[in-house]
Write a protein that binds this ligand. Structure first.
Ligand code: BGC
Length: 436
């Protein structure tokens, strides 16, 4: 195709040269040829896959390429080519918000929170994936805010405690909270990774079983339920805590969780999926159009799309765009009921003349993941129309990378890629396919 284009250009040049003798519009034609050529050179994808797969735009999202044991970023994957980025959210800022949200709730409900009046505020914690840095950050954030954190070699220990009814565990400690002159002990009574027998993490079904087991062994010592996400949080709320009247806190601001705040769900955190989904596709779009990467992000595009810096930031060193989080509680949840609404400041249609249709291969690591399937993907589907991108959505099983990579049999058929890995260590399973 590139050859054909080059030939066409050569022919056009020849024609304009020939026309030169005749005098009139030749220089305009020549200028046009040159500018076509220039913009072709600047943009990454010309029609029909003339760009090598290894040079095509690539965005990692939701699962940042990193070592699942140490959390160290996989910079090789993050800088795979000049058009590679990660899109996620600020995990530490969000984790701190989640911890503070729970702490504020305790303080505001100090007179009723300790159900059995033993002076101990007991909480149980659903952990999503012990090797996922968002999950680790949230576990740490909650422990830090509630005073139950223990420092280890890599910062706050984020390991699950199993059960800790008597407070003797070593991965957490008992904390204390003072409210209105009264001191409570705070104890992480139980926590575990919610991984099912097939290997899928963040598993809502597992969380539902866990809360039933915890409720029968720990009974009325459970005063609060906390979860690394809303999928698991809502599973526990529906199967136990709503009826038991125990406040439950999650993360993601999925629509069902936000709606449940009216029925006693304690609160959740919006990770601004509306901004993340936009960035995921916008970075690809900008690279494909050969325009400045900040277009429609920090700098308004021709349609007026622009993000302000109170909703995201870019970290050059990690080539990562991070959305900022917002707490969603009884005070403000009515503003968050539609979790699949595009973010208003970046909802203008792009012009197909300057941003022509391109094809994108995009996978979701687990088609059953509540956040990704109920919030993120519906947003992507709205933005792909606005950005003239034809996206093939591939839903994984959440267990093996191969289940997804098997469906990336012909990368040459696509102009760009957006990847959500099963395991953060596995970036090479994808980049090796693009490098072939
Ligand atoms: C979300 C979880 C989701 C996970 C998947 C997290 O950012 O909060 O709900 O299961 O991503 O990777």
């Amino acid at each position: 195709m590139k050859k054909a284009l080059a030939l066409t250009l050569a022919a056009a040049m020849a024609l304009s040269l020939a026309a030169c003798g005749g005098g009139t519009s030749s220089s305009a034609a020549a200028t046009e040829s040159t500018s076509t050529e220039t913009s072709e050179a600047a943009s990454t994808a010309t029609e029909g896959g003339t760009v090598a797969n290894k040079d095509k735009p690539l965005v990692w999202f939701n699962r940042q390429p990193s070592n699942s044991t140490t959390g160290a970023l996989d910079m090789e994957a993050l800088s795979f080519n000049d058009h590679t980025y990660y899109v996620g959210f600020d995990a530490n800022q969000g984790a701190e918000l989640q911890g503070t949200m729970v702490l504020d709730y305790i303080k505001a409900h100090a007179d009723t929170i300790d159900k059995n009046g033993d002076g101990i505020i007991g909480y149980v914690l659903a952990i999503g994936d012990i090797g996922h840095n968002d999950s680790i950050a949230r576990t740490r954030g909650v422990r830090a805010a509630l005073g139950t954190a223990v420092e280890g070699d890599n910062g706050i220990v984020s390991d699950p405690v199993g059960t800790n009814a008597d407070g003797s565990a070593t991965v957490v400690k008992d904390g204390t909270i003072e409210v209105d002159g009264k001191t409570f002990t705070v104890r992480e009574l139980a926590s575990q990774e919610m991984k099912n027998s097939a290997g899928a993490t963040w598993d809502a079904g597992t969380a539902s079983n866990a809360i039933s087991a915890w409720a029968s062994s720990l009974g009325d010592t459970i005063d609060i339920v906390v979860s690394n996400n809303d999928g698991m949080g809502m599973a526990m709320f529906n199967s136990w805590s709503q009826e038991a009247g125990v406040p439950t806190f999650g993360y993601d601001a999925n629509a069902d969780a936000v709606a449940a705040i009216a029925d006693g769900y304690g609160g959740t955190i919006s990770q601004h999926a509306d901004v993340q989904a936009y960035l995921t596709l916008r970075l690809l779009r900008n690279a494909l159009d050969g325009v400045d990467i900040d277009t429609g992000i920090g700098t308004a595009d021709a349609a007026g799309n622009v993000l302000s810096d109170d909703v995201y930031y870019y970290d050059e060193a990690s080539r990562s765009y991070y959305a900022l989080n917002v707490a969603v509680t009884a005070d403000n949840y009515t503003e968050f009921t539609d979790s699949t609404k595009t973010y208003e400041p970046v909802s203008a249609q792009l012009d197909a003349a300057t941003s022509p249709e391109k094809t994108v291969w995009l996978d979701i690591y687990n088609a059953a993941d509540n956040f990704l399937s109920a919030t993120y993907q519906p947003l992507l589907e709205k933005y792909d129309d606005l950005m003239n991108l034809k996206v093939d959505y591939i839903g994984g099983d959440g267990q093996t990378e191969a289940n997804i990579t098997n469906r990336l049999g012909n990368p040459s058929a696509y102009d760009a890629f957006a990847i959500n890995m099963v395991k953060t260590d596995n970036a090479a399973s994808y980049t090796s396919l693009l490098s072939q």
